[in-house]
Design a protein around this ligand. Structure first.
Ligand SMILES: Cc1ncc(COP(=O)(O)O)c(C=O)c1O
Length: 381
């Protein structure tokens, strides 16, 4: 049986999303920026409807959304675009060692342009302490970037508290919510972040489209574009809108169903309990985590060896998602795990299309393989 348990890496496109997208590849060829004919008008109507669907999901105005190619671009636009456009406000960024590379490497690049960056260490369970964020703020801090949920250990960050401490000091908050879109209520009225990155392919939408939410109001958050051209997306992101992808993004946002979250959580708990029953298996990270996320260290087993032994189960060692190196996950290392424990850790992402039978099969197969690898290691010793 093939079992896909790598939904943090990417999710299958929901067939209902695909169906919504299809006409926009063929029968409806219009460019959403073409004002002179009905094809262009139809495309524009479709992208604006999708913008409305996403805005509804986030509790924001459609005018606050900028479509991008994904969360990588949205993170780069948030970090570099805000720093570059607001030099008069300061030159300092605060972020965390467990952020996605799209934030960390953009931050690293910013240092070559003269910006100062503070990278905070998380608590051992992956959580960022709002008091540590507060202590890192200076009079020159422009932006704090802390993800909503981590892509490896699923840790849900105390974003609401972080926003409070930052807003008290007039500092804007960006959050990468790429992993949160599939299973978290995201409401920018309840948790008033200033910028939020999103990606459709992490939430049963197509690959290649994402968005940056940029709060409107006073003072205006200026964002310097990363690319120049036709001035699309209010000048923040020039380039012809990918109409089919945007229609798919809107459809996937509209399909969010809180009751599904509990089903996913139940399957994840079954997987977790099944693996813990093996013995010598430890959960990495906090109890306060994404519903579909499980990250475990398995004593006496190399994660890579277990993955090779279970090729019909899609899972990942922390590193696989951001690089192709075999180095243990920098996220787990930043949480204080030693190399051995990090190298014996596996990430599972349960999603919408997984079934109880698949989870039962995965537990059975992994249990047998773990026993086999442990007995081989024993013989070798
Ligand atoms: C937290 C997080 N941010 C950003 C990204 C990058 O997203 P995209 O593939 O849409 O560029 C990912 C996915 O790898 C992610 O998990």
């Amino acid at each position: 049986m093939d079992v896909y348990l790598d939904n943090h890496s990417t999710t299958p496109c929901d067939p209902r999303v695909l169906e919504a997208m299809l006409p926009w590849f063929t029968a409806q060829p219009g460019n959403a920026a073409s004002r002179s004919h009905k094809w262009g008008y139809a495309a524009r109507t479709a992208t604006e409807q999708a913008r409305g669907q996403l805005a509804e999901r986030l509790g924001c105005s459609p005018k606050e959304l900028v479509f991008t190619s994904g969360a990588t671009e949205a993170d780069n636009l948030a970090v570099l675009g805000v720093l570059r456009a607001n030099r008069a406000r300061g030159n300092h960024l605060v972020t965390v060692a467990t952020e996605h590379k799209a934030v960390l490497d953009a931050a690293k690049h910013a240092t070559t342009e003269g910006f100062e960056v503070t990278v905070l260490a998380p608590e051992p369970d992956g959580t960022v302490d709002p008091a540590a964020v507060e202590a890192a703020l200076t009079d020159r801090t422009v932006l704090v970037s802390v993800m909503w949920a981590n892509n490896e250990v699923g840790t849900l960050q105390p974003i609401e508290r972080i926003v409070e401490v930052c807003h008290a000091r007039d500092v804007w908050v960006h959050t990468d919510a790429a992993q949160a879109l599939s299973t978290c209520a995201l409401d920018v009225r309840a948790v008033p972040v200033d910028l939020m990155s999103l990606s459709a392919h992490k939430a049963y939408g197509p690959k290649g489209v994402g968005a940056l939410y940029v709060r409107r109001g006073r003072p205006r958050i200026a964002v310097e574009p990363l690319q120049y051209g036709g001035g699309h997306e209010r000048g923040m992101r020039s380039g012809t809108l990918p109409v089919p992808l945007i229609v798919g993004f809107g459809a996937c946002a509209a399909l969010f169903d809180p009751s599904e979250v509990e089903r996913v959580r139940g399957l994840r708990d079954t997987l977790r309990d099944g693996l813990l029953a093996v013995g010598g298996v430890h959960v990495n990270g906090s109890a306060h985590r994404l519903a579909g996320n499980l990250n475990v260290a398995i004593e006496g087993v190399e994660a890579e060896a277990l993955m090779l032994g279970c090729r019909d189960i899609a899972m990942s060692s922390g590193s696989a998602c951001t690089s192709e190196s075999l180095e243990p996950s920098y996220v787990l290392r930043a949480m204080g795990l030693d190399r051995d424990r990090a190298a014996s850790s596996l990430r599972f992402g349960v999603g919408r299309f997984n079934t109880e039978a698949e989870i039962a099969y995965a537990v059975e197969k992994l249990t047998a393989k773990i026993a086999e690898l442990r007995s081989m290691a024993h013989l070798y010793e």
